[in-house]
Design a protein. Structure first.
Length: 184
């Protein structure tokens, strides 16, 4: 649990940097597009989404500043190899942090994408999943050139996290519609 807290604490300064940039960009957007009405709820959700993305990229990409040659030893193209690695780490080496970070972390970190993207932009399910996949793919491809590992399982589990977020969105939006229909 402390490794997750440390991860989030390292994300926080990068996330805070987004706030003034977002505010300036959105003010300029509304000055240029004077006919567009400000939707405060959407603006807050967009800010949260961009803060999350910058925090995510800060740890996945910017956390490794040394650009180097591609290290083939740090590339996994075998799908679901993580199950074998997790078994070894947890049951042989008694390293539960591996399970928390590599297995659960890759899923949990992408749930906000599946949850926030359809709220902000009202996109089709396939498009939301594609966005999560492409964000993960961009991270994994960037890591080829950094001092990080590139793993097909990260791509799979990140996309799965996006799908879980989308399912949560669907459940919440159905309950919200039932509540609104009962009130009206």
């Amino acid at each position: 649990m402390s490794s997750i807290i440390n991860y989030l604490l390292r994300m926080f300064p990068f996330m805070i940097l987004v706030i003034p940039i977002f505010i300036v960009v959105r003010i300029l957007f509304y000055k240029i597009n004077k006919k567009v009405k400000i939707n405060l709820k959407r603006e807050v959700l967009m800010l949260m989404f961009y803060m999350f993305l910058v925090g995510l990229y800060s740890q996945a990409i910017a956390g490794s500043f040394s650009i180097k040659n591609i290290n083939l030893n740090k590339i996994n193209i075998i799908p679901f190899k993580i199950f074998i690695d997790t078994y070894k780490e947890v049951f042989i080496y008694e390293n539960i942090n591996y399970f928390i970070i590599s297995f659960l972390g890759n899923i949990i970190m992408f749930i906000p994408i599946g949850l926030l993207v359809p709220i902000i932009w009202k996109l089709k399910d396939k498009t939301v999943i594609l966005i999560g996949f492409l964000i993960s793919l961009s991270i994994e491809l960037s890591q080829l050139f950094l001092n990080r590992g590139t793993d097909i399982d990260d791509l799979i589990f990140n996309t799965f996290g996006t799908i879980i977020g989308l399912v949560i969105y669907k459940i919440i939006s159905k309950k919200e519609k039932k509540y609104v229909n009962k009130r009206v």
